[in-house]
Write a protein that binds this ligand. Structure first.
Ligand code: BGC
Length: 270
């Protein structure tokens, strides 16, 4: 994809969980397309600052802000800082997410609550704050045809059940209904809300699933395209969903998974 530095010119973006993995790639690519970017992080302050420094060295605009997205007061403070520095917001990428895996009967309430808190409640809290600002400000036609765009990073596990990851799969299934319901409610206000559902992408969250040849071979059995995804695969989709090129796309989930949701187990099954 060839990026135009004008594609998102004048737009202000906030990417949660942007200090590594998919969030980092999205933040960097939104900046390449001309957006000013808030790089949210939870605990990796140095990594977040490095991303900010790189964006600035490339003539972009960015700053880092620490916040646990599952905490309402911290989310409100993050948006306050965003408005203070950038004036407004045009693009929210709800990316922050984590896994706390356990066999179902061993899963603690804390593991359940932590994952639902960050992956689902965190997306709700950030979407609500962004939507309030989109509604207050409305469309600025010279900037974008939408009053605002929200991109929820979901997972193939919003539809693929996942044994040993009940909290995670439930959070992602919840994102789908949350995203569609917000989209339905806010579409008349020219606010677009969509999800990206990544498959297996090489990031720290799933390192053990791809960092040895044996693990990778096992993982590839689940991917018809026979390639583990790269963070850039997701960033390209996010740029498109953030831009006016997807103006008529609302309330949809874009699966970027090399075909993982095509039930590859049935390929040679009669
Ligand atoms: C999970 C990864 C997993 C992938 C495919 C993602 O949502 O975070 O750990 O490899 O789904 O199963």
């Amino acid at each position: 994809m060839s990026y135009s530095p004008y594609l998102l010119k004048g737009q202000k973006a906030l990417v949660t969980g942007a200090s590594s993995g998919i969030g980092e790639a999205i933040a960097r690519n939104l900046a390449l397309c001309g957006a000013a970017v808030v790089v949210n992080y939870h605990s990796e302050g140095e990594e977040a600052q490095k991303i900010v420094d790189d964006i600035k060295a490339n003539n972009g605009e960015a700053f880092a802000v620490q916040a646990d997205v599952s905490q309402e007061d911290q989310v409100k403070e993050m948006f306050r800082q965003t408005f203070q520095q950038f004036g407004t917001i045009d693009i929210l990428v709800n990316n922050a997410g984590l896994q706390k895996d356990a066999p179902f009967v061993d899963m603690s309430l804390n593991q359940w609550n932590t994952v639902i808190g960050v992956n689902l409640t965190g997306q709700f809290l950030c979407a609500r704050e962004a939507a309030k600002e989109f509604l207050r400000r409305g469309v600025r036609p010279q900037i974008s045809s939408a009053a605002g765009k929200i991109i929820c990073i979901s997972s193939v596990h919003e539809i693929i059940p996942w044994a040993g990851h009940v909290n995670y799969a439930a959070s992602k299934g919840g994102i789908n209904m949350m995203m569609q319901s917000i989209a339905q409610e806010l579409a008349p206000h020219k606010i677009r809300v969509n999800s990206i559902a990544p498959g297996a992408i090489k990031t720290p969250i799933n390192k053990s699933a791809w960092d040895t040849p044996q693990a990778e071979a096992k993982l590839l059995q689940l991917i018809p395209a026979k390639r583990v995804g790269d963070v850039e695969d997701i960033a390209k989709a996010a740029v498109w969903l953030a831009s006016d090129d997807s103006d008529y796309v609302n309330g949809t989930t874009l699966f970027v998974d090399g075909g993982m949701t095509l039930y590859p187990g049935f390929t040679d099954n009669g």
